[in-house]
Design a protein around this ligand. Structure first.
Ligand code: ADP
Length: 393
């Protein structure tokens, strides 16, 4: 059985084609600049990569070319080999607590809640509609970033604002990266052979979120109504006091959306360091003595530590801390600094074991009060597995 996992953006379409007999990726790639001059695609397969400039006016063009290429490159022999298509959907609100087969009702719902993810949900719909047009008989599944977080209690997901804002407008914490946190939970539970675990999952990439998990279920997560909340990220501020917004608006002559845009795109590591949003650049500059980068790194580590400490208390202790995503999987200095901040809880890592990049590995020392692991995430595989499960039912 072969399944395609799709992540559609407003001008891009990312895909991974899985062979579900052994869960391997047969081909993956990206269609870029759809509807913009200079559109192109990259397809990686059999240790090769091809990149070609090609006119892509719509997502439907991209899907048609993707399928043609899969056949002409002999990656598949016919379209009949594709049993299902799974789509990543950023926002499912409280409508979806798990993945679902895509029906017209699901499409309408994703559209109805688009105001809650204006950059993402409309783009995902472009991807869904394109596949519906080109492969009308192949079942599709929606996998929501928010679904895993639907087990949070009211006291966790509500903000302390007028209750009617929640009732009337859905103002609450939704949380994101749920597919990744679920993958981490399942992977570590399987590895340790236990489901009764208190896990703190740290997905730290360009975006980042921390999730507290008990017995396989999300108890709390750091992102909120949007992905802006929680820890400091590459370009996002994380938690701030929103009452400085009208003040900055007045000082800078900006409107509210412009300030929020700066909080999303020009803050975080980039904003504080005035150097880069990329942790590799920050660490290099820090080692060369750049003071702003040192400050940005300290603040970044501090905000992660604060959430871990908060969730430690919420969970009544912790059995496993997992680091994942770009920074979590690859940045030894970040993991070391976070764990050093947690030393008072008895959390210790083994410096030698910590010299790991992008590999599943235990990095806690034998005398640590909890286990610490690096777990490479795999959201695409999760999407493919959910798709397989739902189309087999
Ligand atoms: P996204 O949130 O876009 O999915 P990723 O999880 O791919 O992002 O993370 C990308 C980020 O990971 C980069 O911006 C960079 O900060 C960080 N990163 C990637 N490789 C390394 C590395 N070797 N060392 C430190 N940080 C890294």
């Amino acid at each position: 059985m072969k399944i395609i996992a799709i992540n559609a953006g407003s001008s891009s379409l990312k895909f991974s084609l899985f062979d579900m007999t052994n869960m391997s990726v047969i081909a993956s790639g990206l269609f870029e600049r759809i509807g913009i001059d200079g559109s192109c695609y990259t397809i990686k397969y059999h240790n090769e990569a091809i990149k070609e400039k090609i006119e892509l006016n719509t997502h439907t063009d991209a899907v048609k070319i993707l399928l043609e290429k899969l056949i002409s490159l002999e990656i598949i022999s016919s379209l009949n080999e594709i049993s299902g298509v799974g789509h990543r959907i950023v926002q499912g609100k409280d409508l979806y607590s798990e993945s679902v087969l895509i029906t017209d009702e699901v499409i309408n719902n994703i559209d109805k809640i688009k105001e809650f993810a204006p950059l993402h949900n409309p783009a995902h719909l472009l991807g869904i509609r394109a596949f519906k047009e080109v492969l009308p008989n192949v079942p599709m599944v929606a996998v929501f970033d928010t679904a895993f977080h639907q087990t949070m209690d009211e006291e966790e997901y509500l903000y302390a604002v007028p209750y009617e804002w929640y009732q009337k407008y859905g103002v609450r914490k939704y949380g994101f990266h749920g597919t990744s946190h679920r993958y981490i939970t399942e992977t570590i539970s399987k590895h340790l052979g236990r489901n009764d675990l208190r896990i703190i999952s740290c997905h730290i990439g360009n975006g980042g979120s921390i999730t507290a998990i008990k017995d396989g279920k999300c108890v709390d997560t750091s992102m909120g109504f949007t992905p802006l909340a929680g820890i400091m990220m590459g370009t996002r501020s994380g938690d701030v006091d929103c009452s400085f917004i009208p003040y900055v608006m007045e000082q800078e002559g900006l409107n509210a959306s412009e300030v929020v845009d700066i909080l999303n795109k020009q803050s975080g590591l980039l904003g504080l360091s005035e150097t880069s949003s990329d942790m590799r650049d920050i660490i290099k500059a820090m080692d060369e003595g750049n003071e702003k980068c040192k400050l940005a790194f300290k603040k970044y580590v501090r905000m992660i530590t604060n959430y871990i400490a908060q969730y430690y208390v919420l969970l009544g202790g912790v059995d496993v801390i997992c680091f994942t995503a770009g920074v979590g999987e690859n940045s030894c200095p970040t993991r070391k600094a976070v764990c050093e901040n947690l030393a008072c809880l008895g959390i210790k890592i083994d410096d030698e074991a910590n010299q790991v990049m992008g590999e599943f590995k235990k990095i806690s020392s034998e005398d640590s009060s909890c286990l610490v692991y690096v777990v490479p995430t795999n959201e695409e595989l999760m999407i493919a597995l959910d798709t397989q499960k739902l189309i087999n039912n």
